[in-house]
Design a protein around this ligand. Structure first.
Ligand code: FAD
Length: 389
């Protein structure tokens, strides 16, 4: 059985590794000429760490990432709004949480794929998917090549997924009305005394900092924006300064000292959940199936979970592909939809522009029962995985 994976991002690589470890014959087809370095960082929450362990890479991830202790919340004038205890979450879910630069995670997964002799065909840009007579999908690439494997896994991301369009009829991501400038900051002297997420909330504005070491962090500055604009990198710093100049330390230092080449501006989209994730011999995984907002904190984590579940479903029903796809979708639909909708709910609170609402939101955050909140998060993120709560 030949399996072709369209897209060599976090989902494509992790799925290929999981399949190859179980003896499947798998190839990845990626449009770019090398692993993508786009994006700042990712928190691998314990559910993701479980999967990374299954893929044989958790110790490598641990070496280059930060072990997070807390998530501290503040108002935009520095008033503390409470803290979530990440070590409590780790204990409940029996795995650590790691903050990692996205490029490092990509290079660890790519290295593992190469070790397993998985063929990654770079410069293979999918240009069309069509059915042949027996309802097998034919993939056409812009370099003139085409393939017809027995199973096609569509992991071509959220913004322009051919696989999602093939299954669902369209692949229109939904703009959620806010911008994120994301970046990676590094300095010579230690500035983070502990490795904790710092989350500052304003009115329609937000700045988040995630350290991966005492001298390095990735960050995101966000603001409501009704319209989608053109990328103008030369303006990124002045845009950020005009929004966050009066916010607490170390926000200004981070903006000023992050090289422009390491800042990106993203008009943030997600997808409405869809009920059908497969058609003929093609199945969707990762962002192509269910992309959630960064405010869910779970996009990459859910892509990793998909990989683990998919290979298990395939092993159970190796002779009946449609049963595999149906079972996989049933297993994954409810959890990923809940995470997508949860991400929207968090975003609508974080990016709310009403002064009164934000005053009450901040007060509620201060008075929140953080222990119970962590238990609730652990229950949702553990769901479907053999890790304890
Ligand atoms: C600003 C931001 C911050 C985020 N922060 C977090 C976080 O903290 N934690 C978290 O868990 N998640 C986070 N996410 C989400 C996370 O990045 C994604 O959910 C995750 O990358 C999904 O992986 P994927 O492989 O499905 O998609 P992608 O990583 O987008 O990979 C898709 C791959 O398919 C390739 N491809 C696309 N089209 C074609 C084509 N036509 N032919 C061939 N190849 C193609 C692309 O080049 C790419 O390599 C964030 C997302 C954003 C936008």
């Amino acid at each position: 059985m030949k399996i072709g994976i369209l897209g060599g991002g976090i989902s494509g690589l992790s799925t290929a590794i999981a399949l190859k470890q179980d003896g499947f014959d798998v190839d990845i087809y990626e449009r770019h000429s090398r692993p993508s370095e786009i994006g700042a960082g990712i928190v691998c929450w314990p559910n993701a760490s479980f999967v990374l362990d299954q893929l044989g890479v958790l110790s490598r991830v641990a070496k280059v990432s930060g072990s997070l202790n807390y998530m501290h919340r503040f108002s935009s004038n520095g008033e503390p709004l409470g803290s979530l205890d990440i070590s409590q979450l780790n204990q409940l879910m029996a795995y650590p949480s790691y903050s990692i630069i996205r490029k490092d995670l990509m290079s660890i997964l790519t290295q593992r794929a190469v070790e397993l002799s998985i063929n990654i065909h770079y410069q293979h840009d999918v240009t069309s998917l069509s059915n042949n007579d027996d309802d097998k999908v034919r993939v056409q690439f812009s370099n003139g090549k085409n393939i017809e494997p027995d199973i096609i896994v569509g992991t071509d991301g959220r913004m322009n997924s051919f696989a999602r369009k093939y299954v669902n009829g369209n692949n229109e991501p939904v703009y959620q009305g806010f911008i994120n400038w994301i970046g990676v900051f590094e300095c010579k002297n230690e500035i983070f005394t502990e490795l904790s997420v710092l989350d500052y909330l304003g009115v329609g504005e937000r700045f988040g900092i995630v350290p991966v070491s005492k001298t390095k962090a990735y960050w995101a500055g966000g603001v409501v924006s009704p319209n989608i604009g053109e990328p103008t990198p030369e303006l990124y710093k002045s845009e950020l300064r005009s929004l966050f100049t009066s916010w607490p330390d170390p926000i200004c230092k981070i903006i000023n000292e992050t090289p422009l080449s390491r800042i990106n501006k993203i008009y943030v989209h997600d997808h409405n959940p869809i009920k059908i994730w497969h058609k003929n011999n093609l199945v969707l995984l990762g962002d192509a199936a269910h992309s959630a907002l960064p405010t869910s904190g779970q996009g990459a984590c859910q892509a990793l979970e998909d990989a683990w579940h998919f290979v298990n479903c395939l092993k159970e029903n190796i002779n009946d592909i449609s049963k595999v796809f149906k079972h996989f979708t049933e297993l994954r639909m409810a959890k990923t939809s809940k995470i997508t909708m949860g991400g929207r709910q968090v975003a609508s609170s974080i990016f709310n522009q009403d002064q009164e609402f934000c005053k009450h939101r901040n007060l509620a955050s201060k008075n929140m029962d953080h222990k119970s909140t962590v238990i609730g998060i652990a229950k949702l993120w553990t769901n479907g995985l053999p890790i304890s709560v």
